[in-house]
Write a protein that binds this ligand. Sequence first.
Ligand code: FES
Length: 156
Amino acid sequence: MAAFSPQALAEFQLILGRYPTKRAATLPTLHLAQREFGWISPEVMAYVAGLLELPPIKVYEVVTFYTMFHQKPVGRHVIEACATLPCALNGAEALLEHVEKRIGIRAGETTKDGRFTLKKAECMAACGGGPCLQVNGDYHEGMTPEKFDRLVAELA
Ligand code: FES
């Protein structure tokens, strides 16, 4: 059964102290769980629901709504490519095709060596800088195929 480490439990208590209700702490608790376990399995969803005294379906709804929560194991580097209209108008589709070719997987997949996971994402609130990627949570705006190739080389 999933369970936070003592350090994560202490952090969870700090999180709870910042919110008026346990339910309001759902998002930061899920971020903590993702850091702790690497991804949000059904078992982790049930554990978080227990901590927050919520029906598991409420946690499931949040996890499946936000693309930043990983519902399966991911690679060492998670690349999220914005596919929403403002980025699409700036070439996001062609960029995604380049990214897929460059790392050899399609969106939604992880490389066999566990190095990269590629996900399509909804708007990352950086629309003015599209096309936009997040790599391991860091924003990369105005992304081009050339910039992406340099980024991959740096991650090697
Ligand atoms: S549409 Fe891509 S960041 Fe908003």
